[in-house]
Design a protein around this ligand. Structure first.
Ligand code: PEP
Ligand code: MN
Length: 346
């Protein structure tokens, strides 16, 4: 339920509504707009009468949110969520360009790639240190040592860092290093992990599960939002279909559909959605043309010898070429690429 306050409602009246919400065993989520305050009453609200809130002083109207996801819904939050991420904003006019290796492999590999992608126009750095590998015998990631390299790359380039978290037990240690938690496709419905990430105040990149519907993705985001962590980006990374020519099938439709249903920023991952470096630039451009708020792309300085996802990794040169084209597409749809922080101000 959404409780819309009168433009002139007092702080005390807002607090009174919050107390009434909590009395019904619902949780309250306050959005303070420029003109008025909206309070979400979330939980098992179908059995709670609207009139209870309508009668309270300062309340203008009460509306039910028809969708199963509430805080993620545009009914709850009409305007795009825009939030800052070290030097640029996500979800507004600026397009986020997140790039880096699938996995952090070594100090020199990461630092080389970080400088190269920054030079080419990236504004955030990705790199996995806990890798969700299909085989337990494949490289599993460098763990905290890899995070130290990521932090060093952050200090040298000024780019915020995006790193996948795979378990609740990793959160505390990782919080010290990361600017954005990536929640991977395989963990999109790991509800314990979603709830625990919802308790943090670190921004999140939530990837769509490979067999998840758009509604399931939005419900997963609701787990994080309902914990009070409001800075969630959604990521389309391809879904499993009958098609075998590419690793996954990019659901381009998901981008305008998500932009209609939710206020949360939407990021396209053309690397995992195609699985082939030959198609990455095409799908990155398509994603931005379709309305995505950013791209996340795998880049490697030696793709042929990468320990994971080499086939879909761009060389720094190919990435630089792609960024130029993405910039032109962004301008064609009235957006612009966010420029990285000037060095020394990071
Ligand atoms: C990754 O980003 O390297 C990754 C494992 O992605 P996904 O969870 O989308 O497969
Ligand atoms: Mn990968």
């Amino acid at each position: 339920m959404m409780i819309i306050m009168h433009p002139g409602a007092s702080k005390e009246q807002v607090e009174n509504v919050i107390a009434a919400i909590e009395k019904q065993h619902l949780s309250s989520h306050v959005i303070e707009g420029v003109e008025q305050t909206i309070i979400g009453a979330v939980g098992e609200s179908h059995s709670v009468a609207k009139e209870i809130f309508e009668a309270l002083p300062g309340v203008l109207s009460v509306q039910r949110i028809s969708q199963p996801y509430k805080l993620a819904s545009r009914q709850f939050h009409e305007h795009d969520s825009v939030f800052p991420l070290d030097g640029f904003t996500v979800g507004g006019e600026e397009i986020a360009v997140i790039a880096g290796p699938c996995a952090v492999e070594s100090h020199s590999q990461l630092l080389d790639i970080a400088h190269a992608v920054r030079e080419a126009g990236a504004n955030a750095l990705r790199g996995g240190v806990f890798k969700p590998r299909t085989s337990p015998y494949s490289f599993q990631g460098l763990g905290e040592e890899g995070l130290k390299y990521m932090a060093e790359a952050r200090a040298e380039t000024g780019m915020p860092i995006v790193v996948e978290v795979m378990a609740v037990s990793q959160i505390e240690m990782m919080t010290k290093y990361v600017d954005v938690f990536q929640l991977g496709a395989r963990n999109m419905q790991n509800f314990n992990l979603l709830r625990a990430i919802g308790e943090t105040r670190t921004p999140v990149l939530l990837k769509r599960g490979m067999s998840a519907t758009i509604e399931e993705l939005l419900m997963a985001s609701e787990y994080i939002l309902s914990g009070g962590n409001t800075r969630v980006m959604l990521c389309e990374r391809g879904i499993r279909t009958f098609e075998t020519a590419t690793r996954n099938t990019t659901d381009i439709n998901a981008i305008p559909v998500l932009k209609k249903l939710t206020h949360l920023p939407v990021i396209i991952d053309p690397s995992h959605s195609t699985g082939d470096s030959a198609y990455v630039a095409a799908v990155a451009k398509a994603g931005i043309a379709a309305g995505a708020d950013g791209i996340i792309v795998e880049v490697h300085n030696d793709p042929a010898n990468a320990v994971s996802d080499g086939r879909q990794s761009l060389t720094p040169e190919a990435f630089a070429k792609m960024v130029k084209q993405v910039r032109a597409v962004a301008e064609a749809v009235d957006r612009r690429l966010a420029s990285p922080l000037p060095l020394g101000e990071g």
